[in-house]
Ligand binder design. Structure first.
Ligand code: AMP
Length: 543
């Protein structure tokens, strides 16, 4: 027998309708691409999104069509999120930092009918115009008529003019909540990018989970600043979650340096924010140099790569903000775990608290997790055994877009993350590596992430990567490649001594190479394939 509860579809359009009705005057503030602040309320955003929905119809975009964006975190991008998904089309957010070949590949693979692009990306688009000419029908530039740039290959439409020419009255259609809402490609280090096709249902459930106190903790009293880009896993779902909560939004546009981020925090009263560690390194560096503060910010969600212990400590000690270490993936909408304490952790001393806070967190309801050994058997949740981390849940991708096969999906309904992790009895998860980055010394695994974390905790180290180098006896041994703090004097031996007492002796890197900078992927992660390639002939010192 079925329950007698209404079966209303969970649709993204209901988020903006809710916020417009009950939080209509709550602000969405944008640091404009060209400078200056734009501010309006959720009711205005809804009206603009509805105008855009009417405009999309005129551009020939209908239910099931895909629309691409090459855009920063701005109110226009926010309107596109809601208008496109609202009419049942698919909002494909594109990472502008991808290589041109990858950009052309995903625009075609996704069949983007219309592209919404920042004026500054028009030359980039021109550079692969011929490759996408058969796919894309219209290009809309996110600016007013007066600032419309020139294009060598396309007729460009001004976003503001397009939207202003249409009516703000529009009834969002109702459809199956499992309908595709948005699309984001994840670029591995090899092969073509893979598309993750989100659904309305997945995004709504992810938003319900996100706003909870043990997750991102977003309420109507917060001012939320997503610094993580809206082209990276939907800015971790914040444009949906903040709207569900009716929180004020502060959108930084392309202005992600320490000075601009600090000004937006104090100027708009940001209480909650989220981004990858690199952003916070820039902010903390700026705060140290300028002597400024980040009041009233208290809740800093950090993920995307492992958060250095010193970062968690500095935010707390010097600025009174608590870091919530989070882990997720594009394939997971993206949240999987968030690190918040349990009641029993109330009285931990500083050291034990940092040990806990450094972990990637515990699963949020809606995501199941297990770790699996090389034989496929599940491993103990004892905080020691580590293996392939697998997940399943309400917002986890069950396949890649337009791809028949996936190595990552198991026969029994789990998604293999490619991360190597431990789980403890309370569910706290700790990533020790990516499967492909593990260093195998004498048949035993050494965690490259642990080696990197220890290195960046050294006050004179900015960034570090640990990679495996071939060794005649042990098969592989760790080599540390590090970037020194500007002007700092640091010798190899001092950095190697730093490892004493922090890890097992045999984990200590065999050598250190100092470089000026490390290579990164389009989403800011260390590009270890390149490093392994660059250092493949490196001869380690013999002991
Ligand atoms: P993406 O899909 O680009 O967001 O990348 C997801 C991957 O980023 C994960 O599979 C992890 O390898 C890595 N990652 C995300 N969050 C963390 C974290 N808190 N600590 C370590 N690695 C992380």
């Amino acid at each position: 027998m079925l329950g007698l509860i209404m079966d209303r579809p969970m649709l993204i359009s209901s988020l903006i309708d809710f916020a417009a009705e009950y939080h209509g005057g709550t602000e969405i503030v944008t640091h404009n691409v060209e400078g200056g602040l734009h501010r309006y309320g959720y009711a205005d955003a809804q009206a603009e999104a509805k105008r855009l929905a009417n405009a999309l119809g005129e551009l020939g975009v209908g239910f099931g069509d895909t629309v691409g964006t090459l855009a920063w975190n701005t109110r226009r991008h926010f309107e596109i999120y809601y208008a496109v998904s609202g009419i049942g089309a698919i909002c494909h957010t594109i990472n502008p930092r991808l290589y041109v070949e990858q950009l052309a590949y995903i625009v075609n693979h996704a069949s983007d009918r219309v592209l919404f692009v920042e004026a500054g990306f028009v030359p980039l688009l021109d550079s692969f115009a011929a490759e996408i000419a058969d796919t894309v029908r219209a290009i809309v530039v996110l600016c007013d008529e007066a600032n419309l740039p020139e294009s060598e290959h396309f007729d460009l439409i001004s976003y503001d003019a397009l939207v202003a020419a249409h009516d703000p009255v529009f009834d969002w259609p109702s459809f199956d909540e499992r309908t595709a809402s948005s699309l984001c490609y994840t670029s591995g280090t090899t092969g073509n990018p893979k598309g993750v096709l989100y659904s309305h249902r997945g995004n709504i459930l992810h938003s319900y989970a996100s706003i909870g106190p043990d997750c991102m903790n977003i309420s109507a009293r917060d001012t939320v600043m997503p610094v993580v880009p809206m082209f990276h896993a939907n800015a971790w779902g914040i444009p949906y979650a903040a709207t569900m909560a009716g929180a004020k939004l502060a959108l930084p546009g392309p202005h992600l340096d320490g000075e601009n981020v600090q000004a937006l925090i104090t100027g708009e009263g940001v209480t909650m924010t989220a981004a990858v560690p690199t952003i916070w390194l820039m902010l903390l560096d700026y705060l140290k140099r300028s002597g400024k503060n980040i009041r009233p910010l208290t809740n800093v969600v950090i993920g995307g790569s492992a958060v250095p212990r010193s970062m968690i400590e500095t935010f707390k000690r010097d600025y009174g903000a608590t870091v919530r270490h989070a882990w997720g993936m594009t394939e997971m909408s993206p949240l999987g775990t968030v690190n918040t304490p349990l009641a029993k952790h109330e009285n931990l001393d500083d050291g034990a608290w940092l040990d806990l806070a450094e972990k990637q967190g515990r699963p949020i309801f809606g995501v199941d997790m297990r770790i699996v050994g090389e034989d496929g058997g599940e491993l103990a949740r004892d905080g020691v055994a580590f293996g392939d981390l697998q997940v399943r849940g309400y917002w986890v991708a069950n396949a890649y877009h337009r791809q028949d096969e996936s190595d990552a999906h198991t026969g029994d309904g789990w998604f293999s993350t490619g991360d190597v992790a431990t789980l403890d009895g309370d569910g706290y998860m700790r990533i020790t590596d990516r499967t492909k980055d593990v260093i195998k010394s004498g048949g035993e695994w050494i965690s490259s992430i642990d080696l990197e974390n220890i290195a960046v905790d050294h006050p004179k180290v900015v960034e570090a990567a640990a990679i495996s180098v071939a060794h005649p006896h042990w098969d592989e041994r760790p080599l540390l490649i590090a970037v020194r703090e500007e002007g700092a004097e640091l010798e190899k031996s001092e950095l190697l001594d730093w490892y004493e007492g922090k890890i097992a002796r045999w984990w200590k890197p065999d050598d250190v190479v100092f470089v000026d900078e490390l290579p990164h992927t389009a989403t800011g992660k260390l590009l270890k394939t390149k490093l392994r390639d660059d250092f493949k002939d490196y001869i380690l010192p013999t002991a």
